[in-house]
Design a protein around this ligand. Sequence first.
Ligand SMILES: NC(=O)c1ccc[n+]([C@@H]2O[C@H](COP(=O)([O-])OP(=O)(O)OC[C@H]3O[C@@H](n4cnc5c(N)ncnc54)[C@H](OP(=O)(O)O)[C@@H]3O)[C@@H](O)[C@H]2O)c1
Length: 293
Amino acid sequence: MDSNKNKNALNLFYERFGLCVISGGSGGLGVEFLELLCGLNKNMAVINLSRREAENPGFSTFINISADFASCADLPVIGSKVKAAIEGANSSGRVLLINNCGIGEYGEFCGTDLEQLLAIVHVNSVAPVFLSKIVVPFIKQNGGAVLNVCSTAAFQPTPVMAVYGASKAFLLNWSIALAAEMEGDGCTVTALCPGPMDTEFFARAGYDSSMLPDSITLSTRAVAEYGLNLLMRGKTHGVAGFKNKVLNAMSRMLPLSLSGKMAKMAMEKSFARFLKKNKNFQKDWNSSKKALS
Ligand SMILES: NC(=O)c1ccc[n+]([C@@H]2O[C@H](COP(=O)([O-])OP(=O)(O)OC[C@H]3O[C@@H](n4cnc5c(N)ncnc54)[C@H](OP(=O)(O)O)[C@@H]3O)[C@@H](O)[C@H]2O)c1
């Protein structure tokens, strides 16, 4: 499809949405989703959930709900606020839920902090199930869609980011199952699987983004555009970027145990390359990670 035709198709599709609930609209990919959606339909009412406030790129109604998904403690309060905000927005049209918030870790299991590992499970796996439980009934009533931001890490074991990869594998499998359950209900579920993007994500996880191979790193704009297109086409899932698609297809041909070993070798190689270039990294990264958390 040429780019003008595609823009028109996206406009026509997203104009039918009256409400969007998004998690993690305060940073990285979330900011990009909000900007793109605003360009397609600024009359949509938007409800964002994150710890920092997200900026309103120009929607007529924009509500920030302060939410920390790192533990289950606040879920009942967050749930009541989301329900009240949806009812208060009194919007008509389809409902969109984007489960985008996510965090990671870098390091071997024995050296990583338990609280951080449990937070990954909560933010990446529990929060999407929780938010879907609240928003999907509204989607069933009005029609609409769920977009779950997974990762290429969802397709194979990911040593040194082991809990992260497993949390995204959960999200991917759950997404596809939900899509099958809801087929014919006027509701689609799409799992977007990006490879690396240069956002705050890696620094927060204790992994320097200069370790990322440039050849497979995509801009947040390209990934968000791909995700909105994927959802419009009603796809259950998709990997962003041609090279990521190829790498993903290759790793899925390997037995799981071998693909885990290959992933470990790739991580070790990129870390060794990085240490060679940045001699002070090990001394500095703890303090920068602390500042970002
Ligand atoms: N960057 C990559 O290379 C990459 C690759 C594949 C998949 N992904 C996935 O893409 C999604 C977006 O990541 P990103 O790269 O845009 O990362 P990012 O820049 O770090 O943004 C993450 C978002 O999640 C929110 N978040 C983090 N912890 C939270 C918590 N405890 N409670 C509520 N919200 C929280 C953040 O908001 P606050 O800090 O304001 O709470 C922020 O808005 C994530 O699901 C990530 O797993 C990223």
